[in-house]
Design a protein around this ligand. Structure first.
Ligand code: RRO
Length: 291
């Protein structure tokens, strides 16, 4: 088998996972990233109804990051069929809903095909699906419990847009989560001075990329201290040294998203450096900033 590491219940090929959203819901794109060296991939978030998403512009590339307000575009249940070409591949299906019942329903469609679920309780700019879910510890716990009924590993992806992320992390853990993923995007806004209006059609969006890396490291460190389940670090990672820093903060694995836009072969490039014969063994460094 090509699976060589176990990442919070998921048999993966290495510790580098494609973050949700970036390559959408196209099976061939996900497959290509696996061939290019990703240890596992997370899909674009799938919800209870098909959605077109927000009016554009919905992605803006900034000097030090990316800002998006996609608005949860997704094919909903039709994605089950799309996934057929990816059975036996390390695919984690990201799902969202407006309440625990919807999370349970959507997960049920994928219970046979998904290796694991990532619960998106953290979209920063979608009415009814983001802040209302992911900032309430009772709701996060209930959504996690609902999806755990399908007996698959469940990762819960958290928003940094809260005062104390450990309150939400502990709620996911109580709900039976197998891992916490931190972080989703940081709520943000830019205004075009020339056009005298916000650059995103939705006005507000989520910031990702290098600009958010220090926020992600802080969140991972806080969660590692507060929780007993594995943490997957996500947010602005763009080189092997970033991966090592994330692991020193406590991450057992990482997700990479925005950096794929600049370098489609990022997984191969980081993997070559990280897993070189004289490279640092990823497992040995988890949490070492805590000693
Ligand atoms: O689709 C989006 O607008 C989106 C989602 Br679901 C998310 O979780 N995070 C993000 O930055 N954008």
């Amino acid at each position: 088998s090509r699976e060589s590491v176990h990442l919070a219940g998921v048999p993966a090929r290495n510790h580098l996972v494609l973050a949700a959203g970036v390559l959408g819901t196209c099976a061939s794109s996900l497959s290509r990233v696996l061939h290019q060296g990703a240890g596992a991939v997370v899909t674009k978030s799938i919800g209870p109804e098909p959605r077109y998403g927000h009016a554009g512009p919905c992605v803006v590339v900034l000097e030090d990051g990316v800002m998006n307000a996609m608005g949860l575009p997704n094919p909903s249940r039709d994605f089950v069929e799309e996934l057929s070409t990816l059975v036996n591949e390390p695919v984690i299906v990201s799902i969202f809903g407006g309440n625990p019942e919807e999370f349970h329903e959507v997960a049920g469609w994928f219970a046979e095909k998904a290796q694991a679920f990532e619960l998106n309780v953290s979209c920063p700019h979608a009415a009814g699906f983001g802040a209302q879910i992911g900032t309430n510890p009772d709701v996060v716990k209930a959504c996690t419990e609902a999806v755990k009924e399908w007996k698959k590993p469940v990762w819960v992806k958290l928003t940094p847009n809260v005062t104390d992320i450990t309150v939400i992390g502990k709620a996911a853990e109580e709900g039976g989560a197998d891992a916490i993923v931190a972080i989703n995007t940081v709520r943000a806004m830019r205004i075009s001075t020339g056009l005298r209006r916000p650059v995103l059609g939705n006005k507000f969006g989520g910031l990702s990329g290098k600009a958010v890396f220090p926020i992600a490291v802080r969140c991972v460190y806080e969660l590692y201290e507060a929780c007993s389940i594995p943490i997957i670090g996500c947010g602005g990672i763009s080189c092997a040294e970033d991966v090592i820093e994330m692991m020193m903060a406590g991450a057992e694995g990482v997700e990479i998203g925005s950096a794929v836009v600049q370098d489609p072969e990022i997984f191969r490039h980081i993997g070559e450096e990280l897993y070189a014969p004289d490279g640092i063994s990823a497992r040995e460094i988890v949490g070492c900033a805590h000693v």
